[in-house]
Design a protein around this ligand. Structure first.
Ligand code: HEC
Length: 172
């Protein structure tokens, strides 16, 4: 090997070696910084802590006679009449969107279309009570069949009345 070549090789090895050392150093530094910041932030993240708290709650609790066990009472989070059935909407608007709009929004199957005054005026003239009754109990009139409660038998009458009010309101 010529002297020039070995000189080059020496320099080259030193450069490669120091680059390698720098790589390892940066990697180690990144790990240390990550451990000091990322993990801490994760632990204080409310979503994360809530998840952990949920995962470690005991799935059974014991009521002890003679002690205050009120914290163990089973709380119904959603008062739905149908038990595990689909959720009952909270507002008249939501109920209309979910149950009535299919027919009354488009005016299909003989349903009086929302916005069609000529179709609604004679019905509104019958009085609200009649409209409520027909919507709740179902109704087969001259143009088609209105299913009882729009097909949602487990919905409270109140909600259907509110949905009727909502439809009549849209007429104005
Ligand atoms: C499957 C289609 C359909 C759905 C869903 C539906 N309706 Fe109807 N509805 C009708 C038809 C058809 C009529 C017209 C019946 C007739 O007069 O012949 C009607 C009529 C009515 C009337 C007028 C009754 C009268 O006395 O003239 C009201 C009020 C009414 N619907 C309310 C509702 C409400 C509130 C909902 C949602 C909870 C709903 N409808 C969902 C088809 C439907």
């Amino acid at each position: 090997m010529k002297q020039q070549d070995s000189q080059f090789l020496n320099t080259f090895s030193v450069v490669i070696g120091s680059l390698l050392a720098l790589t390892i150093l940066l990697f180690a530094l990144a790990r240390v910084v990550g451990a000091m910041t990322q993990r801490e932030q994760l632990r204080s993240d409310p979503d994360y802590t809530a998840g952990v708290a949920q995962n470690i709650t005991p799935f059974a609790r014991v009521a002890v006679a003679g002690q205050d066990n009120s914290a163990l009472a089973i709380v119904e989070t959603r008062p739905s009449a149908g038990g595990t059935g689909p959720a009952i909407p909270e507002t008249a608007d939501a109920a209309y969107e979910l149950a009535c709009k299919t027919c009354h929004g488009a005016g299909i199957a003989g349903a009086p279309k929302v916005g069609d005054r000529a179709a609604w005026a004679p019905r509104i003239a019958e009085g609200k009570e009649t409209l409520y009754k027909h919507a709740i109990e179902g109704f087969a009139g001259k143009t088609g069949v209105m299913p009882a409660k729009g097909g949602h038998a487990n919905w409270p009458d109140e909600l259907i009345r509110a949905a009727v009010d909502h439809m009549v309101e849209l007429e104005k």
